[in-house]
Ligand binder design. Structure first.
Ligand code: PAF
Length: 291
């Protein structure tokens, strides 16, 4: 496996691969790789001849005051994990390689209206434009046939899928299931910020989803009822502040009044400065044991 830092090196590598007829899979990441990322790399390696894992903490998707400087940076471990799980290349550019004139000199922005507005977008209004802009740039650098993203960031997956459809990127977006700790906590690079009490309480996110899935299975269709079920469970975490616990249509991400098999449960809870996200189909499953 190669570790490349420059755009022209990656282009040369993937051009040669495509010339041989190889299919190229892309796993975009911000590093601090964990078992969730490993599952994306493995899926990409199973479905593509060449797998490029990008490791780039993208400043465009952090607002002032967010955790850009503190975001964990663990390149050596990331390279080992990517290698172990089947990557052919890790592309780890410096900021100056991605944004040669500096991040403030980037005048082009990709925005997906509507889908970016609610939920994460309402507390982080510039976030998805930063994500879409860097992912569009990575698509243009790597030219993948398939790109792999976790369902854990369900809104991000919906926004990027729409970007690809609307702009006709020749890329198939593959959403991959959330990987969880045994107690149900969804893996996230930001879990390292939780102190032991917060970590213990953080299992309420997946427990709330499991409760709502059980309620749906036992016949509750009213979204208000499902929201209440989730809210009650999250309220048992004294250190958590609910940002949202909602039932939405899985494609439009708009709230629904009555749930059906196309509904998605979305939750976001802040533990101190750390916001945790989770989501599930209303018909489940949600892994993890009961909190
Ligand atoms: O999900 C992430 O890690 C990031 O938002 C992504 C898609 C790599 C873009 O920087």
């Amino acid at each position: 496996m190669q570790v490349l830092h420059r755009v022209d090196e990656v282009r040369r590598h993937v051009d040669a691969a495509r010339f041989r007829g190889a299919s190229v899979g892309l796993v975009p990441t911000m590093g601090a790789l964990h078992a969730g990322h490993a599952s994306l790399v493995e899926r990409a390696a199973a479905e593509c001849d060449e797998v490029v894992v990008t490791v780039f903490v993208n400043p465009l998707q952090f607002a002032t005051g967010e955790d850009l400087a503190a975001y964990p940076r663990t390149l050596d471990g990331d390279v080992r994990l990517a290698d172990t799980h089947g990557a052919s290349v890790v592309f780890a550019p410096e900021e100056s390689e991605m944004y040669p004139g500096g991040r403030d000199a980037v005048l082009t922005e990709v925005t997906v209206a509507g889908l970016s507005r609610r939920w994460e977008g309402s507390s982080r209004p510039t976030h998805f434009a930063g994500v879409c802009t860097v992912v569009a740039k990575l698509f243009n650098i790597v030219g993948p046939c398939r790109a792999y993203f976790g369902e854990k960031d369900f809104q991000q997956l919906a926004v990027l899928t729409r970007m690809v459809d609307d702009l006709s990127f020749p890329v198939h977006v593959v959403g991959c299931p959330t990987v969880r700790e045994p107690d149900g906590l969804a893996l996230s690079s930001r879990n390292v910020y939780l102190d032991p009490d917060q970590r213990r309480e953080a299992r309420v996110l997946s427990a709330a989803l499991r409760d709502a899935v059980s309620a749906y299975r036992s016949g509750v269709r009213d979204a208000a009822g499902l929201r209440e079920v989730m809210g009650n469970r999250i309220a048992t975490a004294t250190g958590g502040v609910v940002d949202y616990a909602v039932v939405v249509d899985r494609r439009t991400l708009e709230p629904v009044d009555r749930a059906d098999a196309d509904s998605r449960l979305l939750v976001a809870v802040a533990f101190g400065a750390t916001r945790l996200l989770d989501n599930a189909s209303v018909i489940g499953p949600v892994g993890g044991d009961d909190a």
